[in-house]
Write a protein that binds this ligand. Structure first.
Ligand code: XIL
Length: 350
């Protein structure tokens, strides 16, 4: 049996994996126990999974993940309290069931805003009261920043934003502090946090929150990255910027795709991926983990968005852009759970 990844990095940060409940058992469960000391739900703690209908909460699947983390002494990240995606439509419908974003009357717009913020509060309350003692870090708001800014602050024009402006962000953090208590570690989470101008828009928002005393503890860098993008230098700068605000950094959804975006062409089968690409990926992981170790004062956790190459959301993307056929291979374990060159480069002591 090969040496555990989490032990290799135990003096620096946690090593986590995103999981579906079925992966808590069998071979996946064994790998989790051996190599990882932190867990996050890939889907079952998202708003649509937890509160599909207003006031009706579904805890069963989420509970399994929390229980596994507890039983195996692992940290747990909660993903995610507030997001524009995988959130049921009812959140954004007015009392008559019409989409709030279509309202034109200013008085009714104001009423809608109040209603939406009440829903935000009650969702956060229910979730945090249940998992307060289990969770070590909370993704309070996910993906609030736009890729291509159409407003000055660079904020994503989600339904949350259209109905409440930036209030939803601040109120979400206030509510999370209120229900999660002083010890709850509260994160804003996003992808492409290395890339300008998105990085700067995120920085400006977070700086404003810090200045205004909005309770925020850290920045989650999703890190859905590629073999040569973004550069190590860009990643380093981003970590340093947020650490400079006194915040903790976490890498929350790491995967190193073999492709660009969109991922086309993609290799049609896993077997056709050339070994040379796995070697290139290993070099990339080597550099990344060297950077992470360098940052360990402010970087508390590194979570992969999956366990092994048999299960990755990047395959959905590879298929989407290649007529339904395509495989990616982002992790340290292959589709048969053997270690890849990426594993060895991460475990290297040099
Ligand atoms: C993805 C999951 O991996 C997929 O299974 C699901 O179909 C869509 O969501 N950013 C996030 C994650 O914050 O929640 C997303 O997870 C990947 C991108």
């Amino acid at each position: 049996e090969v040496a555990p990844m989490d032990e290799r990095y135990e003096d620096s940060f946690k090593i986590g994996a995103a999981v579906e409940p079925y992966q808590l058992e069998g071979i996946h469960g064994d790998i989790l126990k051996h190599h990882y000391n932190s867990l996050v739900a890939e889907n079952v703690m998202k708003p649509e999974a937890i509160q599909p209908v207003e006031g009706e909460f579904n805890w069963e699947e989420a509970d399994k993940i929390a229980a596994f983390a507890n039983e195996n002494d692992m940290e747990l990240r909660f993903h995610t309290l507030i997001w524009h995606s995988q959130t049921p439509a009812w959140f954004f419908e007015d009392e008559e069931g019409n989409p709030m974003v279509e309202e034109t009357d200013p008085e009714r717009q104001e009423a809608n805003k109040e209603l939406l913020l009440e829903r935000l509060d009650s969702h956060i309350k229910a979730v945090m009261e249940r998992y307060k003692d289990d969770v070590d870090a909370w993704d309070v708001v996910n993906e609030a920043i736009a890729d291509e800014a159409s407003n000055e602050e660079g904020l994503r024009e989600s339904e949350w934003y259209q109905v409440t402006g930036t209030d939803y962000i601040k109120e979400a953090f206030e509510a999370a502090r209120k229900y999660g208590g002083e010890d709850a570690k509260l994160f804003i989470n996003d992808y492409n946090t290395e890339i300008e101008p998105k990085r700067d828009h995120l920085y400006n928002l977070v700086e404003e929150m810090v200045d205004e005393g909005v309770p925020i503890d850290g920045v989650g860098h999703q890190s859905h990255i590629q073999l040569d993008w973004p550069s190590i230098e860009e990643s380093r700068e981003s970590f340093e910027m947020f650490a400079g605000l006194g915040l903790e950094n976490q890498v929350t959804e790491l995967d190193v795709s073999l492709y660009g975006y969109p991922p086309e062409p993609a290799y049609p089968t896993y077997e056709e991926i050339p070994d040379s690409l796995f070697e290139t990926q290993a070099e990339r992981y080597d550099q990344l983990f060297a950077l992470y170790e360098e940052q360990d004062a402010d970087l508390s956790s590194v979570t992969f968005w999956g366990i092994a190459d048999d299960h990755t959301w990047l395959n959905d993307r590879a298929e989407e852009f290649n007529d339904g056929i395509g495989k990616d291979a982002p992790f340290a374990f292959d589709t048969e759970y053997n270690v890849k060159p990426a594993y060895w480069s991460m475990m290297d002591d040099e």
